[in-house]
Design a protein around this ligand. Structure first.
Ligand SMILES: [Cu+2]
Length: 278
C-alpha cells in the first residue's frame, strides 16, 4: 500500500491532471449536433470510452509526474538504481481491469451496431450511386417501383422515418459519411453496401466522401436535407411530376413520340429548393 506521505501529493497531482482533462473534454465542442438515433447510441459508447480513458490517463500521468519529481536521481549520481522484482498484485490488477473494460466495450459496441442496423418495416429506400467525384440519390417508396426520383445533387429524406441507403460505386471505393448521423459506410465497386439512418432532426448536413478516391476526392461532397414529412411529400410530388414529364420533347410534331418521353426511366431532376428546415 502507498504510504500516507505519497498519498496526498499524488492525490493533488491527480486532481490537477484530472481537472485539466475533464475541462478539455467538456469545454470544447468536439462533435456536431446529433441528427439521428444512431448518433445517440454511438455517442453514448464514445463518451464512455473517453471517460474511462481520462481516468486511466489521469492515474498513469499522476504516478509518472510524482515519480519523476520525488524519486529523481541527484545530479551527481550516475549509477543505475537498485534492481527490483515485479509486483504480482499490481500486475494482476492492471491485467484484469483492461480485460474487463475491453469485454464491456466489445459487448456494448456489438449491441450498438445491431441496434443501429435493426430494419424498420416502413423504411424509405434510397439507391445511392458514387462515382468520381459525385453522389447520385434515387428515392424509392415501398410498393411503388418504377417511380424512382433521381436527384443528382442532394439527398432528401423525411425526419422521423428510417432510411436505408443501398450504395453502389461506378469506379473506385468511396465512403459515405455524415458527421451528424455518426455513421459511415464504404461504397465498393461490384457489391451493394447498406447504411441505415433514423433521422431525428431536420436540417441540412454535409455528405462527405471519407475514402481517398482520386484527385477530386476533396470536393466529393453533397448535402443531405432532412425535411418535415409534409415538405418531403411536397418535394416528392413535384419531383415525380418532373420525372414523368421526362426530358424536353424532341419532336413535338412527330406522330410517334420518342421512346421514353412519357414512360421512360426516371430522369434526373432537381426539384429546386424545397423548404428545408435549418
Ligand atoms: Cu473520395
Amino acid at each position: 500500500m502507498l504510504k500516507s506521505r505519497h498519498t496526498i501529493p499524488l492525490l493533488v497531482i491527480a486532481l490537477v491532471v484530472g481537472a485539466i482533462c475533464v475541462g478539455v473534454a467538456l469545454l470544447i465542442d468536439w462533435v456536431p449536433a446529433q441528427a439521428a438515433e444512431q448518433a445517440e447510441t454511438v455517442d453514448a459508447l464514445t463518451w464512455f470510452v473517453i471517460w474511462v480513458s481520462i481516468g486511466i490517463f489521469t492515474i498513469v500521468t499522476s504516478v509518472l509526474i510524482y515519480c519523476v519529481w520525488r524519486f529523481r536521481a541527484p545530479a551527481d549520481e550516475d549509477e543505475d538504481g537498485p534492481p527490483t522484482h515485479g509486483n504480482t498484485q499490481l500486475e494482476v490488477i492492471w491485467t484484469v481491469i483492461p480485460v474487463v473494460l475491453l469485454a464491456v466495450v466489445a459487448t456494448w459496441a456489438y449491441l450498438v451496431l445491431s441496434d443501429n442496423e435493426a430494419l424498420a418495416q416502413d423504411r424509405l429506400v434510397v439507391d445511392v450511386t458514387a462515382e468520381q467525384f459525385a453522389w447520385t440519390f434515387t428515392n424509392t417508396e415501398p410498393g411503388d417501383p418504377g417511380t424512382g426520383v433521381a436527384s443528382s445533387g442532394d439527398l432528401r429524406i423525411p425526419v422521423g422515418r428510417q432510411v436505408e441507403l443501398r450504395m453502389r460505386s461506378r469506379d473506385v471505393i468511396h465512403s459515405f459519411y455524415v458527421a451528424e448521423f455518426r455513421v459511415k459506410q464504404d461504397v465498393v465497386p461490384g457489391i451493394t453496401t447498406r447504411l441505415i439512418v433514423d433521422p431525428t432532426r431536420t436540417g441540412t448536413y454535409q455528405i462527405i466522401c471519407a475514402e481517398l478516391c482520386g484527385v477530386g476526392h476533396g470536393v466529393m461532397r453533397s448535402r443531405v436535407i432532412v425535411m418535415e414529412q409534409a415538405d418531403y411529400d411536397a418535394w416528392l410530388e413535384t419531383a415525380r411530376r418532373e420525372a414523368q414529364r421526362g426530358p424536353a420533347p424532341a419532336q413535338p410534331e412527330s406522330a410517334t413520340p420518342p421512346a421514353g418521353s412519357q414512360e421512360g426511366p426516371p430522369a434526373s431532376v432537381d426539384a429546386g429548393a424545397a423548404p428545408a428546415a435549418s
